[in-house]
Ligand binder design. Structure first.
Ligand code: M6R
Length: 612
């Protein structure tokens, strides 16, 4: 997720103007930034920095003033590390086309190879760099800049948005395209603004146009024209917005956490699109060889907090789909448990930030004893990603809320896909119903949205139960980690004492706590362990515990023995943890809201824990 801005108009210092606006897009990522304009001599003027927008602001203080248009970008790395070379804008070899881009160009490998064959050379590791070269190539066969831009956009696959300026365009216009990634036009007094969202423009205008999918925006600074991909003009009416700056950054949600919870359908759909191609699972960034992965005899999974819960699911998935034994170890305990490391033992570590000190220490320990490390990270170029022999990115986009939500579900989906990939390359997938599994993977995004449709019930439950002192979260098998993660979400943002248990463990001690003042969240969605969960719920029911159950749509049995039921859409049980956790994220959220907690910044916590 990156932030992009374009501007055309009569501002006296246009570049400074848009880079200021870029600051409010930093919540979308801030590992590097850059800006470009056409200088008074008609040349492309570009500045880029590694780091925050403030550094870029300092750098462009003395930029050319007489320019009518500019573009700017704040980056959240997806392809290639956060470096100046990988920062946007990206240009063609003649330095006359500049592009800023948000999203992923899924066919960039194919396009890049075709362009290399035609003599184009590349300097960055980004997917974005194919765009200026592709436009240059199209210009050779097109009558106008608009035609070349359109043709290039049509050849790009994925969900993305981009803004482009041309040094030699006689009409001196700015061009943009929206393909499944947000782009909004701001109508100013004397000019136009186009950006990833309205947070960067709310202080200048309340009149906006939300571009729709597959629309092209072109402006000369006096008027705006919007076209479809075939070049037909589309007439759209500007809308009036009422948001303030703070609300705009959060896309209208009251907190980053709630915004991030709601981003999950799109992220899970994106992961499915990226990773599933022609009945195969694709991890194009994975540098560990298939030959090595075939030889692996044991896998250790390690992480902290929420990522540790994703490891737990990783163990279940790996053991379900492959013949490799897998073990989960908390990173803070890794070196004390003395795992039998070595060449044929793979260590998989999972981390959103890629900077967690304990996880990093485990990697170093694993490498010291000859194991290879494969990390699943969200932050590209993070220390953990750099120190691991292999890395797979989870593509959740920047996560600001301290409580991890979208990072978790993207980790779970990615480790699920990795387990399937391992079974595929080791020839252990013969008995798997791949058609069904792929169909279900693709359906996850929409099923998460169905959980949002049920938010009324969740809010009602939160209101009823927020003042209780303690809660258990019970689950079995694939949903045991969901119980652990549900409890962690609740305690970290609402400070309610909550513990996750494997439901079968209740009788061995914890059940002593149950009375009519104790909340018990039970995961009883359909699957192999359903009947066993019903028995566990009955045990709690008999002791008058207050039961809040997650059940599959239409289940009457669970309803009879629960105080509150939250219905979930059906999905194969392996993927049910991704759907079920959404209900618990929302439940924790509304419990915390009822208690008046500072949800994005819970007490005593930090987003990234860089001390052991
Ligand atoms: O950045 P990491 O994934 O390595 O962070 C690990 C934990 O610190 C993190 O998941 C933490 O538990 C979150 N606050 C959970 O919401």
């Amino acid at each position: 997720m990156c932030g992009i801005i374009g501007y055309i108009g009569k501002e006296k210092k246009p570049l400074q103007f848009i880079v200021k606006g870029l600051e409010s897009l930093e919540y979308r990522g801030y590992d590097s930034a850059g800006a470009a304009c056409i200088d008074p001599k008609g040349n492309l003027f570009i500045k880029k920095v590694k780091g925050r927008v403030k550094l870029l602001e300092d750098l462009i203080k003395k930029t050319p003033q007489k320019t009518n248009l500019g573009i700017a970008h704040t980056r959240w790395a997806t392809h290639g590390e956060p470096t100046v070379i990988n920062a946007h804008p990206h240009v063609n070899a003649d330095n006359d086309i500049a592009v800023v881009h948000n999203g992923i160009i899924e066919n960039h490998f194919t396009l890049k190879n075709e362009l290399i064959k035609k003599g184009y050379s590349f300097v960055s590791q980004t997917d974005t760099e194919v765009i200026p070269h592709l436009i240059e190539e199209e210009l050779k066969h097109s009558l106008t800049y608009q035609e070349a831009f359109n043709n290039a956009v049509k050849k790009l696959e994925g969900s993305f948005s981009l803004v482009v300026i041309f040094k030699n365009d006689p009409k001196k216009r700015i061009y943009a395209a929206k393909m499944d990634s947000p782009l909004v036009v701001g109508i100013l007094k004397e000019g136009f603004y186009i950006a990833s969202d309205i947070s960067s423009m709310v202080q200048h205008t309340k009149n906006v146009i939300y571009l729709k999918e597959k629309q092209i925006f072109i402006s000369d600074g006096i008027s705006v024209n919007i076209y479809d991909l075939d070049g037909n003009e589309v007439h759209v009416k500007p809308e009036k917005i009422t948001w303030n700056v703070e609300k705009a950054e959060k896309k209208g949600f009251e907190t980053f956490m709630l915004k991030e919870i709601h981003e999950q359908p799109e992220i899970l759909k994106k992961i499915a699109r990226m990773r599933l191609k022609n009945k195969k699972i694709i991890f194009e960034e994975l540098s560990l060889s298939k030959a090595y992965l075939k030889r692996v005899k044991r896998i250790y999974l390690t992480a902290c907090g929420t990522a540790y819960h994703a490891c737990f699911l990783g163990k279940y998935y790996i053991e379900e789909f492959t013949g490799i034994p897998a073990e989960v170890i908390l990173s803070s305990e890794f070196r004390y448990t003395r795992p039998k490391l070595g060449k044929d033992k793979l260590v998989i570590c999972i981390s959103q930030s890629g900077e967690t000190a304990d996880t990093l220490a485990s990697i170093r320990e694993a490498k010291k004893y000859g194991s290879k490390v494969l990390s699943l990270c969200n932050v590209v170029g993070s220390t953990i990603a750099r120190e691991s022999e292999g890395v797979i990115y989870t593509h959740a986009g920047i996560e600001i809320g301290v409580a991890s939500t979208k990072a978790y579900t993207s980790q779970v989906m990615t480790i699920f896909l990795l387990a399937l990939y391992l079974s595929e390359i080791r020839g252990e997938d013969k008995d798997l119903n791949k058609n069904l599994i792929f169909k279900e993977i693709r359906a996850v995004g929409d099923k998460i949205s169905q959980v949002f449709d049920n938010v009324k019930e969740i809010k009602k439950g939160a209101k009823k139960y927020f003042s209780y002192q303690g809660a258990f979260y019970l689950g079995r098998h694939f949903n045991y980690p969901t119980a652990l993660e549900g409890a962690l979400k609740n305690k970290e943002i609402s400070y309610m004492h909550a513990e996750g248990y494997a439901a079968g463990e209740m009788k061995h001690g914890p059940i002593a706590l149950i009375d009519n003042n104790f909340l018990v969240f039970c995961i009883a969605t359909k699957g192999q362990v359903y009947e066993k969960m019903i028995s566990n719920i009955q045990e709690v029911h008999a002791r008058k515990g207050l039961i809040i159950s997650l059940a599959t749509q239409g289940d009457e049995k669970v309803k009879r023995i629960s105080d509150t039921v939250i219905y979930m859409p059906y999905i194969v049980e392996e993927l049910s943890p991704i759907i079920n956790i959404i209900a618990f994220q929302l439940m924790a959220y509304y419990i915390a809201q009822n208690k008046g907690c500072d949800i994005d910044k819970p007490r005593n916590l930090a987003k990234s824990v860089t001390v052991e």
